[in-house]
Design a protein around this ligand. Sequence first.
Ligand code: SF4
Ligand code: SF4
Length: 151
Amino acid sequence: MRTRRFGEVDPATGRKWGGSPLTHWRALRRGVEAGEVRVPCGDCSACCRSGVPIYEDDGRELPKRADGACVHLDAEGNCERHATRPEHCRLFTCTLMSIAGVVTDNEAMNQALARWEWDLSSPQDREFAENARRNEAEKTRAENLAAQSES
Ligand code: SF4
Ligand code: SF4
């Protein structure tokens, strides 16, 4: 059976191959150390459109268009300042969110997360993914408790 490349899209399902979560995590750590993580985004620009705050390296928030997308996203869905995009963008990846089963309040982002397909055939990868999901669930619970105590 041919090995699928990281980020390869299955034409039948439209899903993107992520491979082993643990291997991906190790690659991401090397990317963070190098100052940039490489995500095969293809035709996706969901995170640039999601409306979440994005910050310049000096801490200023990037302006948004009326539809919530970053002002630097061009009409073709590409970043018009890709080479000089902030660290916030260079170190962002939706892959860990996908492994952790994150659900956001943005439908396009949720679709991008659901597109990833992970290889959970090894016990180590299953354990890694389960821990990521458990951590995410605990984080959500803590956030909900904090929100309740503020209201
Ligand atoms: S949501 Fe993920 S795949 Fe889509 S543009 Fe952002 S990082 Fe890339
Ligand atoms: S600066 Fe570029 S990569 Fe960052 S959110 Fe805007 S369009 Fe996306």
